[in-house]
Design a protein around this ligand. Structure first.
Ligand SMILES: [Zn+2]
Length: 61
């Protein structure tokens, strides 16, 4: 427990263009270049942020 990945909410006023794709799991992932690596549970992972809805995910190496 205690390993919760918080999802960032989009800013108010952001257009919902293409957001239906996100709701179907087709996010537009982009690597978070400012923090390319995070240590999560002792692993190096890359963080990705969806350009449309701002969701985040981690990809383990
Ligand atoms: Zn998305």
């Amino acid at each position: 427990m205690g390993d919760v990945v918080k999802l960032k909410r989009p800013k108010p006023g952001v257009k919902h263009q293409g957001k239906s794709l996100c709701q179907h799991g087709h996010h537009q992932w982009a690597a978070a270049v400012q923090t390319p690596f995070d240590v999560k549970q002792g692993r190096l992972v890359t963080r990705y942020i969806c350009r449309r809805c701002g969701a985040t995910k981690f990809s383990a190496h």
